[in-house]
Design a protein around this ligand. Structure first.
Ligand code: DC
Length: 220
């Protein structure tokens, strides 16, 4: 059984998907981390996502391998485990830009589909229900208001001990990211026709997870 969870940045997809997978005994597949690993390569090698030819050339030099260690996804970029350096704002912003390029999406398509073939997965991303796993038994479109998503991200950064955080800048970044992810030509973020909309703005993590687990059990 496969569960697809799509939605905009900061809607809580990874927290919810991870918890849902743990409770169902499924594998959690974080596809954003794969786009982020490619973004790390582009940043480290000074390659601009605006230079499509350069990205296309470099894509052959990139190897992304996914492993599961104690149930947690580890991303290897050219044999180096980069999992710990993926979740920064700079990497996320680069990933949002570079993921619009067809060569980048093509690179990750079969990797993602093969994981879903091999395991029961909860896979989160932007185009899982619409493009990667069109036959997923359960599709969720998880969203929350821009204001709530910005406040959550702000709290997360403060929690991490960062002192230089500006709520209105975070909100602007989220709006820009939504626009980039929803308006790109290839595999844009949108709710699949058969996806169930869950607005987490005024729900707790447990409420959202319980909702999804109930829906999954109905389909088992
Ligand atoms: O979910 P995330 O913030 O880790 O994703 C980072 C970026 O990667 C996101 O802005 C768009 C891109 N992405 C994508 O295009 N398709 C996916 N399935 C997952 C992520």
């Amino acid at each position: 059984m496969n569960i697809a969870i799509d939605g905009p940045a900061g809607a809580g997809k990874s927290t919810i998907a991870k918890k849902t997978a743990r409770e169902l005994g499924f594998i959690y597949v974080d596809t954003g981390a794969m786009y982020r690993a490619i973004a790390v390569y582009l940043i480290d090698n000074n390659i601009s996502p605006a230079d499509e030819d350069a990205v296309e050339k470099s894509i052959e030099d990139i190897s992304i391998v996914i492993k599961y260690e104690d149930g947690a996804q580890q991303v290897y970029l050219n044999e180096k485990n980069v999992t710990g350096s993926l979740r920064t704002e700079a990497v996320g912003n680069m990933a949002s830009k570079s993921s619009a390029l067809p060569c980048v999406r093509a690179k990750l398509l079969s990797l993602q589909r093969n994981l879903a073939k091999e395991y029961d997965v909860v896979m989160d991303g932007r185009d899982i229900g619409t493009n990667i796993l069109p036959d997923a038994e359960l599709k969720i479109y998880l969203t929350a208001s821009t204001d709530v998503r910005a406040r959550r991200r702000y709290a997360e950064l403060i929690d991490k001990g960062e002192s230089d955080v500006d709520l209105s800048k975070i909100e602007r970044d989220i709006e820009l990211r939504d626009r980039q992810d929803m308006e790109r030509a290839i595999a844009p973020l949108r709710q699949a026709e058969d996806a169930i909309l869950v607005d987490s703005s005024y729900m707790t993590i447990d409420q959202v997870t319980d909702t999804i687990i109930k829906l999954a059990k109905d389909r088992l």
